[in-house]
Design a protein. Structure first.
Length: 495
């Protein structure tokens, strides 16, 4: 934190100091010294999913106010826009199956999309955050240009909904290419957006993260309503992508308006000379100089008690959601409107989004395990492994293998109550424990490394998404005893 700080300070002491730094009123130097010496956990809680920012409350008397909360509202909207691409590709399983009716990729389309999206997302995220050339580009361009590319990609996706001539394997290849374009745009868009929010008071980072959580829930509700009123998956997809295009258009307009607001001008132009970079890896300002920065390996070792669990949380979640979740059949069968059109959108996507949002909201209020015992986090996270076999024991029909309706895993839970409860618990624990990890992570390192720590936590999360998406192929393979990439039977018997 400062040069005279004792490196042997406990994790609880560091966390108390971080929380005092992120409180609305910046502590005095005397308060900082008492925070270092005390081992008592402060009562103030860090806002949901925010990384403490040393300039959060240091705007000074000359910092303009956010009149009418306009900047806050725009950041919230941009947070919603961040999740549009991801949810668009995982919540329209019925539409993609319809378009791929005679394609070899029909039953494995979601694992392909999720895995491809995460691979490109990681590659571009690492490139955007480490390339000196990219970091020299003004953050406004690093947000605006990818946002426009994202908008154009979704316009093409919307046009393809009504193009009957494009279907099956050809449709898959075109859509998969657009998935990769969307993933690359999302990486630059999110990276630049978090960089911009990091230059401003922490309330704007909170708005961004809150918007992302709300965005996932809104898209899930939209999926439910389109399936209820529009039983045709093609029409439902058309409405869904129209709304997605409208959200992205609103994000573009609001972002360019955001640049004209005095509070944004103050933190990005007036205070800009104090910063060496606009990226999420910006250097610590001169007036907060501390000891020499430690190596990335040393920082990551300190983060392992939280980086490891946040990685594992998303490995478990993405191994079953949505690829396995959409394979569960309702007890009412496909002949019933609820079973055919509403069961998956409500229980799988709606249930996960609602419980995930609830978990994120509970995290800063409950805070168990606490920050003073980071080693405890791994135990409840490891316990989440039980959700994989539990969901596999539901009435799942993969549609793969030589006998698509006779999968190898025993069907123990045949009522709708079981998948509802299991998916709710998966989403609740996903939101709750991932939020705690992201909150606690930067508090495990000293102040000069906290910004780098936040980025490493983000990479751990994204790597977890990728590993989980890849693992979903293995889970499907266990169920169908087949090659889940192509639906080919692995073991065959003669006579």
């Amino acid at each position: 934190m400062y040069e005279d700080e004792d490196d042997s300070a406990s994790d609880s002491e560091r966390w108390e100091f971080v929380k005092s730094m992120s409180s609305p009123k910046r502590p005095s130097k005397g308060q900082m010294a008492r925070a270092k010496a005390s081992s008592k956990v402060a009562e103030d809680r860090v806002p949901l999913l925010t990384t403490p920012d040393i300039d959060s409350a240091a705007g000074g008397d000359d910092a303009p106010k956010d009149t009418g909360g306009r900047a806050y509202a725009i950041f919230y909207l941009l947070g919603v826009g961040c999740l549009v691409p991801w949810n668009a590709f995982i919540m329209l399983d019925g539409y993609f199956r319809e378009k791929l009716a005679e394609s070899q990729y029909k039953e494995s389309v979601l694992p392909y999309f999720t895995t491809g999206f995460q691979i490109v997302n990681i590659l571009f995220l690492v490139f955007a955050s480490t390339s000196p050339t990219i970091n020299k580009i003004p953050v406004q361009y690093r947000i605006g240009i990818p946002l426009v590319i994202q908008f154009l990609a979704f316009v093409v996706i919307l046009m393809m909904v009504r193009m009957d001539s494009v279907k099956n394997d050809e449709f898959f290849y075109y859509t998969f290419l657009l998935v990769l374009v969307s993933a690359g745009s999302t990486s630059f868009f999110q990276g630049g957006l978090f960089g911009l929010a990091g230059m401003m008071p922490h309330d704007f980072t909170q708005a961004l993260m809150g918007g992302q959580g709300l965005g996932g829930f809104i898209v899930a509700l939209l999926n439910i309503f389109t399936n209820f009123f529009l039983k045709d998956p093609i029409k439902a997809a058309f409405v869904f992508f129209c709304v997605s295009v409208a959200v992205l258009a609103a994000c573009i307009i609001s972002f360019f308006y955001l640049e004209s607001l005095p509070i944004v001008h103050h933190y990005t132009v007036v205070k800009q000379p104090r910063r060496a970079s606009c990226s999420v890896q910006a250097d610590i300002p001169a007036q907060h100089e501390g000891p020499p920065a430690k190596s990335a390996t040393a920082v990551f070792k300190k983060l392992l008690p939280m980086a490891g669990p946040v990685f594992f949380i998303f490995v478990v979640s993405l191994s079953v959601f949505p690829a396995l979740g959409v394979k569960v059949r309702s007890q009412y069968g496909d002949d019933d409107n609820y079973g055919a059109n509403l069961f998956i959108p409500i229980y799988c996507f709606g249930g996960f989004a609602l419980s995930d949002l609830l978990g994120r909201s509970l995290a800063p209020r409950v805070m168990w395990p606490g920050p003073e015992a980071p080693g405890m986090m791994k135990w409840p996270v490891l316990a989440r492994l039980v959700f994989i076999p539990l969901l596999m024991m539901c009435d799942i029909h993969t549609g793969l293998g030589s006998e698509p309706d006779l999968d190898t895993f025993p069907k123990v839970f045949k009522t709708d109550a079981a998948p509802y409860i299991i998916m709710f618990l998966i989403g609740l624990t996903n939101g709750y424990f991932s939020t705690l990890c992201m909150m606690y992570g930067p508090g495990l390192v000293d102040e000069p490394e906290q910004e780098r720590a936040g980025f490493m936590m983000l990479l751990s999360l994204v790597f977890g998404l990728l590993a989980g998406s890849t693992m979903s192929f293995a889970v499907l393979a266990v169920l169908c005893d087949c090659n889940s990439f192509l639906g080919a039977k692995v073991n065959t018997t003669d006579g």
